[in-house]
Design a protein around this ligand. Structure first.
Ligand SMILES: Cc1ncc(COP(=O)(O)O)c(C=O)c1O
Length: 484
């Protein structure tokens, strides 16, 4: 499936007003909106500022991944007593007739019903504007009445139509609502012995057990639903965060989940943390040898199909497209939050395993115009050659998905100096350092993933005198790994 360019909803901000005024003065916009040009920037800025604390309206814009403004829209006259609001929308004059109006109308209604919990969205449209009526009807609006001879157009009276859409009539499953500013990303500031860091707290990601694998699992949830899948097969180790997040996500949706778990039955049954959550999730847990993974996954896929399910094969670690696009979305949010505090990272560090997290972040940085931010993955398991190659391939594929022609061969930084011998291995110094950091900062790390990333980052900061640079640590979580 080509998910193509996405449309993101975010609140209108003052920097959008120049475009807003330009569009409002454009003949492709003002006749159908009832604006009377010329509209001045000064008045619009005053209007914007005076409405900042007005809770009876929400003004938004729709943008794509690179921040291009596609449409402006809003819900006005919000009446909380009967939970209804009037919708308005106008599309970028240079982007008309591309189906954006329909998509934006749909998404704004979804926002009205799902986020604002309104019961009804209504709008007025001119009788002559047949195109707009088609759009509203295709989203589910119903014509409720005609206001006769409401307008004067070129010396003739024109009717206006009143359209309404109720929450219970809306089709919620068409397109996912992606929001910037509301897309969950928590960023903290910490000082570790004089090193000032911003930390992306994906360890606190609030669904299916948290961590970056939970962010991925939520992206898969949307993908699976959109494509009519009702089962998955995936794989990972006994303490795999990926397996746990996918299993809980499936449980939430009553989807069948088959986990191929690489390890012994005895260890799996005796450990807590992710193993315990896998067991509780109701997933089918098949203990296998690492070298049998492909065969076991194929067998599980076949079995589920024979049982009448429509299963999706999720590569270990969530290494398919949704596992990368969700980090592009997260970077969009990161940039939005950084701009609000006038901050731009020079470096971004994270723990890197299968590499789709790192690839998603790198492509996201490129898409938002922050390609100069150096993103360094600290390897948690893989050696340089294969580890880096997999990330490069995934990043190239992801970039192509967004229409970017890029070769990341020279721009993936994958550091294998802190492997300590491989997956789940660590040194006493590392453990000691992380324990002390927890005691000083309240941040919790596992020595398997985020701890390796954090320790490696701090060593690199020291080694290359990066203390005064703007550094972001992307905390990928893994709390369950210390609860085993
Ligand atoms: C907590 C945590 N951090 C980082 C990673 C690495 O993510 P990726 O496999 O996308 O490189 C993992 C992978 O399992 C993880 O569980």
């Amino acid at each position: 499936m080509n998910m193509g360019w996405q449309m993101y909803l975010r609140r209108l901000q003052e920097s959008d007003l120049k475009d807003r005024v330009m569009w409002m003065n454009d003949v492709a916009v003002y006749p159908s909106m009832g604006f009377t040009p010329p509209i001045s920037l000064e008045n619009t800025v005053n209007w914007y500022r005076s409405n900042l604390s007005n809770n009876k309206r929400v003004d938004c814009v729709f943008v794509n991944e690179i921040g291009e403004l596609l449409a402006m829209a809003g819900l006005t006259g919000i009446d909380y007593s009967c939970r209804k609001a009037e919708l308005y929308l106008f599309v970028n004059p240079n982007r008309q007739r591309q189906g954006l109006g329909k998509k934006a109308t749909y998404l704004l209604c979804k926002y009205a019903f799902n986020v604002l919990h309104l019961n009804k969205v209504f709008l007025y449209t001119n009788a002559a504007n047949i195109g707009a009526q088609r759009v509203y009807e295709s989203v589910g609006f119903k014509l409720e009445g005609t206001h006769r001879e409401e307008r004067m157009v070129d010396g003739n009276y024109e009717d206006r139509f009143y359209y309404g859409l109720l929450a219970k009539e809306f089709d919620y499953d068409q397109i996912p609502l992606l929001m910037i500013g509301c897309n969950i990303l928590i960023m903290n500031y910490i000082d570790v012995g004089g090193v000032k860091l911003r930390v992306v707290r994906d360890d606190l990601y609030p669904f299916v057990g948290g961590g970056s694998k939970a962010r991925k699992a939520v992206a898969y949830e949307v993908f699976l639903r959109e494509n009519g899948y009702n089962a998955i097969v995936t794989c990972g180790g006994i303490q795999s965060n990926h397996n746990r997040a996918m299993a809980l996500m499936c449980a939430k949706n009553s989807w069948k989940c088959h986990l191929c778990i690489q390890g012994s039955e005895e260890r799996f049954m005796n450990e807590k943390g992710n193993a315990l959550l896998d067991r509780l999730s109701g997933a089918e847990c098949e203990l296998i040898r690492l070298e049998d993974t492909a065969v076991a996954m194929d067998r599980a896929m076949k079995k589920l199909k024979e049982e009448g399910y429509n299963p999706y094969y999720v590569t270990g670690g969530g290494h398919n497209l949704p596992g990368g696009t969700c980090f592009v979305d997260a970077v969009l949010e990161l940039k939005y939050q950084c701009e609000r505090i006038d901050y731009k990272p020079d470096y971004l560090f994270l723990a890197s395993g299968t590499g789709s997290t790192q690839a998603g972040i790198v492509v996201g940085l490129d898409l938002v115009g922050w390609g100069d931010v150096k993103c360094v993955g600290i390897s948690v398991a893989r050696q340089q050659g294969r580890g880096k190659q997999v990330i490069v391939e995934f990043a190239n594929m992801l970039a192509a998905h967004y229409g970017l022609k890029r070769d990341y061969s020279e721009s993936i930084f994958f550091n294998t100096d802190y492997l300590c011998g491989g997956y789940e291995k660590f040194t006493p110094e590392m453990k000691d350092y992380l324990d002390q950091t927890t005691a000083k900062t309240g941040l919790v790390f596992s020595t398997t993933y985020s701890g390796k990333g954090f320790y490696g980052m701090m060593q690199e900061i020291e080694k290359y005198h990066l203390k005064d640079k703007n550094i972001v640590f992307w905390h990928t979580g893994g709390l369950m790994n210390i609860m085993k």
